[in-house]
Design a protein around this ligand. Structure first.
Ligand code: FPP
Length: 254
């Protein structure tokens, strides 16, 4: 069984993004309904958040609800929202105690009022924490985020606050919902699907991608360590040669 002692603390990603997939299939395989899979998925969320904090990961982004997920059957959407509210309500105190700071990215205003209230309270409660930043993507999609950023940037240009010549990658990044976070170096998707599904497309330009057949409700700390061990064996070249990597370069985060 993989263990944290096998990890090289000097080569940990600062930011891990996870597409939590397979709750429905996991439940179906056990003769249960999809919502049961989501409930069990929360146990994995809890374990992976604690494990990430213990290992020393600074940022953990979880794709909890996509813009496209609004199209699921009404009962499933309602169950997911209720689960979210109950989980945040139950876990906020533990997050605070464990040094976890909660952030939300996505179309916040499209969430039900009770969700917004619970999330806002938990974000306020944990605002002083800095051990692990837990970023929940809710009602999120990259295309929504990027077009929204472009619109807000265009408005600032129109208002004379930003000059056209000042627009570059760095400036554009400040209009994204992730403006305060570094880019993820590792993206994990569970459940054997090989897609990015509209998640952090801009931010994942140089991320290492890791796919596992394990369904999300079965994904636990040893699986996270396995993904990290795999990551630590890779050479991240950012488009350069191996030889060039031995010299300092502005694109490579120090
Ligand atoms: C994907 O499985 C999972 C989701 C769409 C929701 C993820 C939500 C949770 C784990 C619970 C709530 C989260 C928090 C942070 C409290 P799927 O339904 O797409 O599975 P399938 O592909 O097998 O159908």
């Amino acid at each position: 069984m993989p263990s944290t002692v096998q990890l090289d603390p000097a080569r940990l990603p600062r930011h891990i993004a996870i597409i939590m997939d397979g709750n429905g299939r996991w439940a179906k395989e056990r003769g249960k309904d999809r919502v049961y899979g989501h409930h069990e998925g929360v146990l994995s969320v809890r374990e992976i958040v604690n494990a990430a904090a213990e290992i020393g990961i600074e940022y953990l982004s979880l794709y909890a609800f996509s813009t496209e997920n609004w199209n699921r059957p009404k009962v499933e959407v309602a169950a997911l929202m209720e689960l979210l509210v109950n989980t945040i309500r139950k876990e906020a105190e533990a997050l605070k105690k464990n040094g976890v700071r909660l952030h939300v990215i996505g179309d916040f205003d499209s969430l039900p009022a009770v969700c917004r209230k619970e999330l806002r309270e938990a974000m306020d409660m944990t605002a002083g924490n800095s051990r692990l930043n837990l970023i929940l993507a809710l009602s999120y999609s990259s295309r929504w985020e990027i077009s929204n950023a472009a619109k807000r940037l265009a408005a600032d240009v129109q208002a004379g606050l930003v000059a056209l010549d000042d627009i570059d990658e760095k400036r554009f990044g400040t209009y994204l919902t992730t403006a305060d976070f570094p880019d993820p170096e590792l993206m994990i998707r569970t459940s054997g699907e090989y897609r990015i599904s509209n998640f952090l497309l801009y931010q994942m330009a140089y991320a290492e991608l890791y796919f596992t057949p394990v369904h999300w409700p079965s994904f636990r700390k040893p699986h996270l360590i396995e993904a990290l061990l795999d990551y630590q064996q890779r050479e991240r070249r950012f488009g350069m040669t191996s030889e060039q990597l031995r010299q300092p370069h502005p694109y490579i985060p120090s």
